[in-house]
Design a protein around this ligand. Structure first.
Ligand SMILES: *Cc1c(COP(=O)(O)O)cnc(C)c1O
Length: 496
């Protein structure tokens, strides 16, 4: 008689998923488990836990793309196992990145002849792009100072106090002083006059932002270029401009063609843009473009040959995925100028609908601009009874994630709520959000002001005072990326 012997749990698939021992026992949290589990169980356990994350499409805090076409999703999955750095093995992927660099450089009006090749590189995002651009400025400045026999140990960058946290990271990691032009009431971007006043012989560049993270407003790069040209003439210095166009770089060329902010201005030597914001690609891609070879010191470029032919590289990390580069190329050729223009127009129109809906309530003041990144930043006209933080908190119940934060110094007494309008935020959702905000206002009106509102508010604002964005309902010492805010002077904008 042949007896078949089965191990009690040898075939997990005979058990109901939720009756199997794999979901009945909890996994160790901070230790690699001793034993293997079936792939189905691993999948189920992880996807179940992830249900508790917010819905990315309703995350109105973020500029970063949350929807792409299924055809592009397929290209992304097809390339998921390609390491970008193996350029000799994947020459087509390298070629696609070079095409993207050239397309974006021309979009930004880099002074290139028809057959000339642009200087730029794909990065993980604008943060890496800004580190690279900053390093190029620092090295160029040092080289010039050395040649002149002058000290080169105290470099600084002039920016507005509204800069994104990555500038502060650059400053601290690469030992450059950040000289910030303070904001003031009703003026939430860098004042070019004050910026140019702050420039001295140690200034490696002035960084202007095309699309302030706080209210989406474009800084006046044209005026900055004019004032700085005059100052350079008077002083004999050669202070350049970098434009942080993380969000605006894919907006201005389509919506505001006449706005002069890019390489048309002679002092603009480099520009960064986040492919994963209005470049319409999922998180993990940014670009930095230099005006010309002269603006990128050669000694920063490494030449590697152990993967095949000689490959120049200028990035902070080595290995990374190829999918995002392929996806950027897909968007550029799929959409073309026509497609980007209509998407950006639609975002702008949806921002307008939302803005009008908010104004109609009679309760809000709008602090974003009509010309700028399509977002709506707004404050309560009267927040003495209930605060923007409470509104943010209560909107979560409807599934909306709308951050509330305080402005950077010297406008830190202003609290705003911000809704970023992305491609996938439709008219219906915009109207729906207004309805839900009205419901929240109505509910707040019937609630007594928090007894300890002052205290609660002080605690929140206290944390946010150091320009940390506080997303209500989260621990204030965590920003949106879960990054611990240990540094007291950390910038705003976990939200992007
Ligand atoms: C988002 C943003 C950054 C950082 O970009 P990442 O692509 O997220 O690294 C820098 N500057 C500005 C103005 C931004 O909006």
């Amino acid at each position: 008689m042949a007896l078949s012997k089965t191990e009690p749990d040898a075939d997990a698939s005979i058990h109901s998923t939720f009756g199997s021992r794999y979901v009945r026992a909890s996994l160790p949290r901070f230790q690699i488990p001793e034993n293997t589990i079936p792939k189905e169980a691993a999948y189920q356990i992880i996807s179940d836990e992830l249900m508790l994350d917010g819905n990315p499409r309703l995350n109105l805090a973020s500029f970063v793309t949350t929807w792409m076409e299924p055809e592009c999703n397929k290209l992304i999955m097809d390339a998921i196992n390609k390491n970008y750095v193996d350029m000799d093995e994947y020459p087509v992927t390298t070629e696609l990145q070079n095409r993207c660099v050239n397309m974006i450089a021309r979009l930004f009006n880099a002074p290139l002849g028809d057959s000339e090749v642009a200087v730029g590189v794909g990065t993980v995002g604008s943060s890496e792009a800004i580190m690279l651009a900053g390093l190029a400025f620092k090295r160029k400045w040092q080289n010039r100072r050395k040649a002149e026999g002058k000290p080169y140990d105290k470099p600084n960058i002039v920016t507005g106090a509204n800069v994104q946290v990555c500038w502060e990271k650059f400053a601290r990691y690469f030992e450059v002083e950040l000289k910030e032009v303070k904001l003031r009431d009703d003026y939430y971007v860098m004042d070019p006059h004050k910026a140019v006043e702050m420039v001295d012989e140690n200034t490696i560049c002035v960084a202007a932002i095309l699309g302030s993270t706080l209210n989406g407003e474009f800084e006046d790069v044209n005026l900055l270029n004019k004032l700085l040209t005059e100052k350079n003439k008077q002083t004999g210095w050669d202070t350049p401009i970098h434009v942080d166009a993380a969000s605006g770089g894919f907006i201005a060329p389509f919506l505001y063609k006449d706005l002069v902010w890019d390489f048309r201005l002679p002092l603009v030597k480099s520009i960064n843009v986040s492919g994963h914001k209005y470049g319409l690609v999922y998180a993990g891609i940014g670009w930095v473009i230099w005006r010309s070879h002269e603006d990128l010191p050669d000694e920063l470029i490494f030449h590697i040959n152990y993967l095949g032919a000689d490959q120049p590289t200028f990035t902070l990390n080595f290995s990374k995925g190829s999918s995002q580069i392929i996806a950027q190329y897909y968007q550029l050729i799929r959409l073309g100028i026509e497609g980007y223009t209509s998407i950006m127009e639609n975002c702008r129109d949806n921002a307008k609908i939302l803005k009008e809906g908010l104004l109609k309530t009679g309760r809000f003041k709008i602090v974003s601009k009509d010309i700028g990144v399509p977002l709506v930043a707004f404050s309560l006209k009267d927040n003495s009874y209930h605060t923007e933080f409470e509104i943010s908190d209560m909107l979560r119940r409807f599934g909306w994630i709308v951050p509330a934060y305080t402005m950077a110094p010297d406008a830190q007494h202003v609290t705003v709520l911000r809704v970023v309008i992305r491609e996938d935020f439709s008219r219906t959702l915009a109207e729906r959000l207004v309805i839900d905000i009205e419901k929240v206002l109505h509910e707040l009106d019937t609630m007594p002001a928090r007894v300890n509102a002052k205290l609660a508010n002080a605690a929140l604002v206290g944390k946010a005072d150091e320009h940390g964005v506080v997303v209500a309902g989260k621990k204030p010492d965590l920003d949106n990326d879960g990054e611990v805010k240990t540094a007291p002077q950390k910038k705003t904008t976990g939200v992007c």
